[in-house]
Design a binder for this molecule. Structure first.
Ligand code: BGC
Length: 722
């Protein structure tokens, strides 16, 4: 449809019909047996009334339902404007790949794109028009249960991976029924909630906002994301959905975003609980004035916008502009011509969980696991006869993580299945040992677990955090393994030191006690559908671990927030970090540094960082220099290494971080092989926000390093002359 036709359509609509385009309802309000709703239900209206006018629906089940919803709506809508169907497809639809935090550990934008492409195909067949993805809330506090939804504590990683996901999901032409539009979320700084509690207030400086939190949202919009979702939280005093500075000034004016803004679940209504609005009518006005186009589930816009316009409080032009943005998106998706978009029951049967998708999911699970410790026991030998598989996750099927679709566990390859597929001859004995629930004190199963361990040649101890303990609304104040798992681990390891611990969890846990005793620790996160196959191949060396931590693992929850790119202080703690120094910035009872830092991860081979060279000694405005890092595989098996490039600006008009990631490349090296990895470092990557909030670059020394956070192996310097 042309812009003129869309405009004519808009002009023909009543105020109520316009307001209808600006509300989103749960499919469950119309069709029984839809997916579980993800929050409280809005102020419900009679179903027929809503069905006639509403503009979009969220959370539905499959292509059949998508078509039924569309048919039902189009039959009732006098304007015949198709519905937009939205769903949270976060890490796969039916074929689940690892949680985003794990994907961050892959340090591989290409792998993100490959997984997103598979999710796109499954989503399109299901009838999804818009996915509420990517979530790029930089998160530096593992107490926050939603840290699993982000790629990293690192803004660059979030920016690059978010952008890669957007490109792979949207393709070049949204009217192609195989493509799906992206909604970036949660704008802004949702990950910075005080004390790691979900939905909690956020107070960050302008510099922190611009340097740490905003870049990833901006990168996704630059990659073409058509929608954005303001966050639940108040940012510096004003809830994001009503935050004019965030939405009108930064998003619309400064960044020139012309797409659709959709509130988070019930967030317009929650302006009342925030104490930012007196009632729902006031909330509608505030959100509309801040530039929020669609009200998710509250129906506040439908109930109050017409009245607000009639009484002259909200201008009709403002409402029209919002409706036009929604109509343009529908038009771009080709919905006026093809309201089903890609919904196709036959395609669903063919591609859901197809072998190619399972293969991608398995590879992703292998490439994102992080080997935290290995005292030479892994990989295990394949001629093993007796294996004990112990722990609350030994036979667990729920290894997919938050936002996997209900029922995903039915398709998960469990650990016993994965191990048996790889080693059909070996005897496999399983024991649960204990539970993994918070507060579970039952240790009656530990004795049997110890007996099984003692009788086995090798032991796999599968520990973690139940799937429901991370995700939305699931913050924790303690980050150790729940229940009696640490006690189980100690007893089992004492009975058989040939024990490797596999961890399944959605956040960086505090593993200090476990790491002291466990001979090998492999962090699997929630690996998804192919969990068991990936774990078995990693344990027996068919796959070589290559993940690097996308967020550091604290020694104690008391270290949070604990960003790797922390600022310099006036009293930095001298080396070594293992003892306190009086009157420096340190703890009396533990080191400053995390147990495992950002960017850390082992392999079954070893790598030597041999040389770092710079192509020039000075860098001017707008210029680029090349940094070459020579890395050699010094072990006896092929392996992948993520070469990470860090900079430090030691003197600035404002205090700068002690280390900042600027680039990364993942390479494969054969035994003995060396490669020169070349990075192009641009002057603009060294800019920062000065005291007046201006982006500047200041002349002086810049240090360039390779290694991982807190462990920079090679460093050279150049002079910035601007
Ligand atoms: C979450 C969003 C999600 C939305 C729709 C909310 O509760 O915060 O991330 O996209 O629900 O399901």
């Amino acid at each position: 449809m042309t812009e003129e036709k869309l405009k004519a359509l808009l002009d023909s609509m009543t105020l109520e019909e316009k307001a209808g385009q600006l509300v989103q309802c749960n499919a469950g309000q119309f069709i029984a047996n839809t997916l579980e709703i993800t929050g409280p239900d809005g102020e419900t209206l009679p179903a027929e009334d809503l069905c006639r006018v509403m503009g979009s629906v969220l959370t539905f089940e499959d292509a059949k339902q998508a078509k039924a919803l569309q048919d039902m709506h189009l039959a009732a809508d006098p304007n015949k404007i198709p519905l937009l169907l939205m769903l949270d497809v976060i890490h796969g639809l039916r074929t689940t790949y690892p949680i985003p935090l794990a994907m961050g550990c892959g340090f591989d934008d290409g792998l993100v794109a490959e997984c997103a492409d598979m999710a796109r195909k499954e989503s399109a067949a299901c009838g999804v028009h818009v996915t509420f993805n990517p979530m790029v809330d930089t998160a530096r506090d593992a107490r926050w249960g939603r840290i699993l939804e982000t790629n990293s504590e690192e803004p660059l990683l979030n920016s690059r991976m978010g952008a890669a996901l957007v490109r792979a999901t949207q393709g070049n032409d949204l009217s192609d029924p195989g493509n799906v539009a992206c909604c970036v979320k949660h704008y802004a700084a949702y990950g910075a909630g005080e004390a790691g509690r979900d939905y909690n207030t956020v107070d960050v400086s302008e510099r922190m906002l611009r340097e740490t939190y905003l870049p990833a949202y901006k990168a996704c919009l630059d990659a073409g994301a058509r929608l954005i979702m303001p966050a639940f939280n108040a940012l510096n005093g004003v809830p994001c959905v009503a935050n004019k500075r965030l939405m009108n000034d930064i998003l619309r004016k400064e960044w020139g975003f012309e797409g659709v803004v959709i509130s988070d679940y019930n967030a317009v209504g929650e302006l009342v609980s925030h104490g930012a609005a007196a009632d729902l009518k006031d909330a509608s006005r505030l959100a509309m004035e801040a530039g929020c186009d669609i009200d998710m589930v509250m129906n506040a816009y439908y109930l109050h916008l017409p009245e607000l316009v009639r009484e002259g409080t909200v201008s009709e032009e403002m409402v029209d502009a919002a409706v036009m943005r929604v109509l343009r998106l529908k038009n771009e998706l080709g919905l006026f011509e093809n309201p089903y978009h890609g919904a196709d029951e036959e395609a669903e049967k063919k591609i859901y969980l197809c072998p190619e998708h399972r293969e991608i999911a398995r590879r992703a699970a292998e490439e994102t696991a992080v080997l935290l410790k290995n005292e030479g026991i892994l990989p295990f030998r394949k001629d093993v006869k007796r294996i004990a598989l112990i722990g609350p996750f030994a036979e667990e099927t729920r290894l997919n993580g938050f936002w996997s679709r209900p029922g995903a566990e039915k398709y998960t390859v469990t650990l016993p299945e994965g191990i048996r597929a790889l080693l059909p001859e070996a005897e496999l004995r399983t024991e649960k040992g204990c539970g993994a629930e918070i507060g579970d004190t039952d240790d009656s199963g530990i004795a049997a677990a110890v007996r099984a361990a003692a009788e086995a040649e090798v032991v796999i101890l599968a520990l973690g955090e139940p799937e429901n303990d991370s995700g939305e609304g699931r913050s924790r104040a303690e980050l150790t393994l729940p229940g009696r798992q640490t006690e189980l681990a100690k007893a089992v390891i004492a009975a058989n030191p040939n024990t490797a611990v596999l961890l399944f969890n959605g956040r960086p846990l505090v593993l200090t006690e476990l790491a002291e005793t466990a001979p090998a620790l492999l962090e699997m996160w929630y690996p998804g559908t192919e969990a068991g196959n990936a774990a078995a191949r990693l344990l027996w060396g068919d796959a070589n671990p290559c993940g690097k931590l996308s967020a550091g693992l604290a020694r104690s929850v008391g270290q949070y927030p604990m960003p790797y790119n922390r600022m310099s202080t006036g009293r930095p703690k001298p080396e070594p970090d293992n003892q306190p120094f009086p009157f420096t910035s340190c703890y009396l009872d533990m080191p400053n540094l995390p147990l495992y830092s950002f960017g850390y991860g082992l392999s079954y081979t070893t790598f030597a960082y041999e040389k770092l060279t710079l192509s020039r000694k000075t860098l001017g405005r707008g210029e680029t220099l090349e940094v070459t890092v020579r890395v050699r595989n010094t072990g006896d098996r092929a392996g992948k290494e993520t070469v990470q490039l860090y900079t430090r600006d030691p003197v600035g008009s404002v205090v700068r971080p002690v280390q900042e990631l600027k680039d990364y490349q993942k390479i494969l090296l054969a035994p003995g092989e060396a490669k020169d990895v070349v990075f192009r470092l641009r002057e603009e990557q060294l800019r920062f926000y000065d005291m007046d909030g201006k982006q500047v670059c200041e002349s002086g020394e810049i240090r360039v390093s390779a290694g991982w956070a807190d462990h920079l192996l090679l460093t050279e310097s150049f002079t910035l002359q601007v």
